[in-house]
Design a protein around this ligand. Structure first.
Ligand SMILES: [Zn+2]
Length: 216
């Protein structure tokens, strides 16, 4: 067996300490692992002198990433998003997601990142379904944001009544009609609509904040 020596001074007087560290991955649990830390009694230098922790840390991160993917994919299933339709939208080979979910295959870093983005912004799938068309993408993005703003207006204080839902649906339709009417590539106009809506939704005293937005 090789004699373990300090990489700095060559001394054999090495002390091994144990330390707990926590590793975290988005959409997965936090995990605590015990790592080894060396201290040289002669020169005082510290660290993982013999790369004893590298494998453990790499394995832990890999397992957490796998867990992260499983959690995301289970969440898609719970939200009635079918694996095959996601694969179609993203032009992935069939059963890719099932293989990731069952740990038959391991996704690349790009694959993991993509699933995390879809988890945060599911409307990106709709963008893909529309072949990444710029105008369509803008519409989808803005409509999603408007919907979020309108729902937030009520969810803070009360359960949505049928009347509120009707108003929201009506407002969405108005926005959509408006968007259809004008050329969508005028982003400034879309932003104005959004700002106008935001101004009216933050005014909690108004019973129904939604007014048709004047066409500039
Ligand atoms: Zn030393």
């Amino acid at each position: 067996m090789n004699i373990k020596r300090c990489p700095e001074c060559g001394s054999e007087a090495i002390i091994e300490n144990k330390r707990n560290i926590s590793i975290k991955e988005p959409f997965a649990d936090e995990v605590n692992i015990e790592i080894k830390q060396n201290v040289c009694a002669s020169c005082g230098s510290q660290g993982d002198f013999f790369d004893q922790n590298e494998t453990l840390i790499e394995e832990t991160i890999k397992n957490l990433k796998q867990k992260s993917i499983k959690n995301i994919l289970n969440d898609f299933t719970d939200n009635k998003m079918s694996m095959s339709s996601i694969e179609r939208a993203l032009e992935m080979p069939q059963r890719t997601l099932t293989k990731w979910k069952n740990s038959t295959n391991y996704p690349s870093s790009a694959g993991i990142a993509l699933m995390r983005f879809i988890k945060l912004f599911p409307w990106l799938l709709e963008v893909a379904e529309n072949k990444y068309n710029y105008n369509e993408a803008q519409k989808i993005h803005i409509n999603t944001a408007i919907e979020k703003l309108l729902l937030k207006r009520y969810s803070d204080t009360e359960i949505l009544s049928e009347r509120h839902i009707a108003h929201i649906t009506k407002a969405e339709k108005e926005i959509k009609d408006y968007e259809d009417l004008k050329s969508i590539n005028q982003d400034t106009n879309s932003m104005e609509i959004l700002k106008e809506l935001y101004r009216s939704t933050v005014d909690k005293d108004k019973v129904m904040p939604i007014e048709p937005v004047a066409v500039a």
